[in-house]
Design a protein around this ligand. Structure first.
Ligand code: PLP
Length: 536
């Protein structure tokens, strides 16, 4: 019987890399993984044919195999206990867990993390440890401007640890509030021209908690959620249990169609992102906010992939478009362009006080430590300054350069209006193969597979920083092109204009120039709008 996995790969790739295939893809293959489990753990001491003493020595050289083996080993070892539990309680917990993982391996969504230590002194260089030590360049980090390694940010963190120690000491209410927490919240409110700010341990928690809390507090509240929304928003909306309406991604007309169905007097929240994390689309912010307000809704806008990067002070797309006052609640992260960790919201003081007072995800958890707060505060201040404006200009310049280079090379880079450069692949195994091959050439670009993107939209997501040089980008493009061809993938014809075949904006170059993503151009499977709407 032909292998259902290897037979999906391009034949040129199979021909060229046959020797490496089994080794590289064993962890994806349910048949191979069963063989690993069977051969490694069958021994005389295992009462049910389970755990044995084999060390799997033949594969010791491959760290991927070591991981798979270790994973299998730790998964299998407790079976003994689970079998005992099963006899007494009737449920086979460990076999249940194994079956769940097997499903992940079968649909190729099982994840093995790459081990990468970034080096602060030589950002964006790093060392990779998955297959022995290797010097690499990182091309997929959300540390978009390298602020995690900025000297002033590192210095602020050093000083904070000397002055205040490592941890926060408690929840905000019980010993975990400080002048630094409040200073950061004031800075964030000021950055976004809002009355108040509130800091959370992450923006996942900020989104989840804020939407859940407001939906539950506002009487009869209904939520209007963009079909492309991030999991953190979906979680808060879903858990709140209030009526929800999902509108097509970045589509003001569909938003209006949905809003029209509900009485104006009923409290409503319209929730969406400015820069979409995976497609790189940018929403028609002003238009969507205006429609929401016309129907009496509050706007909740996630600017996680925009803060630090757009607008005169890095406040996001709202600032860039002069539409900050149309955002009622902005959410952002300190973990991406600001180079630290933590999330926040900013809005009116009444609204912020309600979330502060009723939001379980804010109340019942240890607050962020002073090191993080001071690092984030410094980073925000740098990015509000002239230095920030220069960094943003260099960032956009590098994004444009690399996008053009990739288009000229003929790989299927999508023509997005933001700093996120998705290269469409459309197959999880080929996507992982591209990523693995790039790593061998010294480039780290993570394969983005389901569930981060819908099946069929697997991609490489490339995010150059201001610190990547033209030479680095030239080399990256040449290497990616070589790997692309070696894998038997088709190159796009070189286009002289700005639009590749997958461009959403073929018929609207002036809109693209303004970096506003909005309308579908009628091309089937438009990466900006149609595919996400269909997947929702
Ligand atoms: N919103 C979006 C659009 C995201 O991509 C992410 C990803 O991390 C989050 C929110 C969560 O932010 P954080 O990493 O601070 O939890």
């Amino acid at each position: 019987m032909p292998c259902p996995f290897i037979s999906r790969l391009p034949s040129t790739y199979v021909r060229n890399y046959a020797g490496n295939l089994l080794k590289t893809y064993a962890e994806h293959c349910p048949y191979a993984s069963q063989v690993v489990v069977g051969s490694s753990f069958t021994g005389s001491s295992a009462p049910t044919g389970g755990v044995g003493g084999s060390t799997n020595k033949g594969q010791e050289g491959s760290s991927i195999h070591t991981q798979a083996r270790d994973g299998a080993r730790s998964a299998v070892r407790p079976v003994l206990q689970a079998d005992v539990i099963q006899e007494t309680t009737g449920f086979g917990y460990e076999s249940f867990f194994q079956a769940e993982i097997k499903k992940k391996k079968e649909d190729h969504s099982y994840r093995i993390f790459k081990k990468v230590n970034r080096t602060a002194a030589t950002f964006p260089y790093a060392r990779e440890y998955s297959r022995g030590e290797k010097d690499i360049t990182v091309w997929c980090s959300n540390d978009y401007l390298g602020m995690s390694a900025h000297p002033a940010v590192k210095n602020a963190v050093h000083q904070a640890i000397e002055k205040y120690g490592a941890g926060a000491g408690g929840t905000r209410n019980i010993s975990g509030n400080s002048t630094v927490h409040e200073e950061l919240e004031r800075e964030l409110a000021d950055l976004h021209s809002k009355e108040a700010g509130l800091v959370f341990t992450s923006c996942y928690v900020a989104n989840d908690t804020t939407l859940f809390t407001l939906a539950r507090q506002l009487p009869g509240c209904q939520i209007f959620s963009d079909a492309g929304n991030h999991a953190s928003m979906i979680q808060g909306i879903r858990n709140s249990g209030v009526p929800k309406h999902i509108f097509k991604h970045n589509n003001p007309e569909d938003l209006e169609r949905n809003l029209r169905k509900v009485d104006k007097a009923i409290p409503k929240i319209v929730a969406f992102e400015t820069v979409h994390s995976m497609t790189g689309a940018i929403c028609p912010l002003e238009e969507m906010c205006d429609i929401a307000h016309e129907y009496g809704a509050l706007t909740f806008v996630d600017e996680v992939h925009a803060v630090g990067l757009y607008g005169a002070e890095g406040a996001g797309v709202g600032q860039r478009d002069g539409a900050e006052d149309k955002i009622d609640i902005i959410s952002g992260t300190m973990g991406k362009a600001f180079g630290n960790i933590g999330g926040y919201i900013a809005g009116s003081s009444g609204l912020i006080d309600v979330v502060r007072s009723y939001g379980a995800g804010f109340i019942f958890t240890t607050s962020l430590p002073p090191t993080v707060l001071c690092g984030a505060l410094e980073s925000i201040r740098v990015l509000r300054s002239e230095e920030g404006r220069e960094l943003r200009a260099r960032h956009q310049c590098n994004v444009a350069y690399l996008r053009t280079k990739l288009q000229e090379a003929g790989v299927s880079v999508e023509h997005t209006p933001s700093h996120i450069l998705p290269v469409h692949v459309g197959d999880p195994l080929v996507c992982s193969a591209l990523s693995d091959e790039l790593m061998k050439y010294g480039h780290y670009v993570q394969a983005i597979n389901f569930p981060t993107v819908p099946r069929g939209q697997e991609k490489l997501r490339i995010a150059p920083t201001p610190h990547h040089t033209f030479e680095m980008m030239d080399r990256f493009t040449a290497d990616l092109k070589e790997i692309w061809v070696n894998l038997g993938l088709k190159l796009n014809p070189v286009s002289s204009g700005v639009c590749a075949g997958s461009c959403t904006y073929c018929s609207k170059p002036d809109l693209f120039a303004r970096l506003t993503a909005r309308e579908a151009c009628g091309i089937p499977n438009c990466p900006q709008i149609e595919s996400i709407a269909a997947a929702a």
